[in-house]
Design a protein around this ligand. Structure first.
Ligand SMILES: [Zn+2]
Length: 318
């Protein structure tokens, strides 16, 4: 039995078809996400939604049914607004050619940039407080980090952890119980952070093998991929398994559709999910969620209910 049994949806995937389905499937955790072409605009929209009448109605419904709410968001373009680049290029990352660019992430060695990121993280924590005190304030989605002289010795994993340590320090001023995820996927799962150590309160968020082996279908199953399992073990050894959280793709029709709507019917492989949950359980992990982005009202109309009951049953060990 997994303690925290979640699903991550874009806020605008929510519609009436979801309410009873979640409760009946034993889902007790919702992660709201801001997937879209412009993550900072989608984050503004997510904040507006949560504070709207419709958003408050959903939060009340989740609370009444024992469903926790978290926000799993790519936030760096919101935390460090790109329009500051003209005045302060040094806040932004240096690319491989030695030029500053506002295309992604930040320069984590620049204290002024960190101060802006911290200030805006506090604002974000006030606007989107999770019911679990677990925060997911991610770097830009699968984008490069800084190559300036001060950052050159820091891998993407080190730079991510450095920024997360500083964000956690900031949000604890408004939520003393706050913990914050280090998201391990693609580059930040390839290499362990080495120069930077996780601060107390940083927990590991592990992603499944499918996203990390997008170009090789053979490696997208845990059981066929000893290298992935080995890396998972290395990360668990560094961050600890006790508070580790898994973010999987078993219900992610958006990925299956290469992030283009309209989406086909979700391919859900219950056997594979069972094997992977067994692996995570064997490592002491008790908190698991899956993306279900694009399982929106249109999906329910086109394809009927997605297999949430089966998904919930596997997480409950049934
Ligand atoms: Zn730098």
């Amino acid at each position: 039995m997994i303690d925290k049994r979640g699903i991550v949806l874009n806020f605008d995937d929510l519609h009436d078809g979801w309410s009873e389905l979640l409760v009946e499937a034993g889902i007790n955790l919702i992660g709201l996400h801001n997937m879209g072409k412009l993550p900072h605009e989608r984050l503004h929209e997510l904040i507006a939604f949560v504070h709207s009448a419709a958003g408050r109605k959903w939060l009340d419904y989740f609370a009444a049914h024992g469903i926790d709410v978290e926000y799993e968001i790519h936030a760096m373009s919101w935390l460090l607004p790109r329009d500051r680049f003209a005045d302060h290029p040094e806040w932004f990352r240096m690319d491989d050619r030695g030029e500053r660019t506002p295309d992604a992430n930040c320069c984590p060695s620049n204290e002024e940039a960190i101060a802006i990121i911290q200030r805006n993280s506090i604002e974000l924590a006030r606007q989107l407080p999770p019911t679990t005190h677990r925060y997911f304030i991610w770097m830009d989605d699968n984008k490069p980090c800084c190559r300036c002289g001060l950052c050159a010795g820091l891998s993407s994993s080190d730079q991510t952890l450095l920024v997360m340590n500083r964000i956690l320090e900031a949000i604890r001023t408004v939520d003393p119980q706050a913990t914050l995820a280090y998201l391990a996927y693609t580059d930040t799962l390839k290499t362990l952070p080495q120069a930077v150590k996780p601060a107390e309160g940083i927990f590991l968020e592990l992603t499944g093998p499918s996203i990390n082996n997008m170009n090789d279908a053979r490696l997208q199953k845990m059981n066929d991929n000893p290298e992935h399992r080995q890396r998972v073990d290395q990360f668990l050894a560094l961050f600890g398994a006790e508070n580790a959280h898994v973010l999987e793709y078993w219900l992610d029709v958006s990925m299956q559709a290469k992030w283009v709507k309209p989406v086909p019917e979700l391919l859900f492989d219950r056997r594979q999910m069972e094997e992977e949950v067994a692996f995570y359980t064997s490592r002491g992990i008790r908190s698991i969620t899956s993306f279900g982005v694009f399982l929106d009202e249109q999906y329910f109309r086109d394809h009927g209910n997605p297999p949430i009951a089966a998904y919930g049953a596997v997480l409950q060990g049934r």
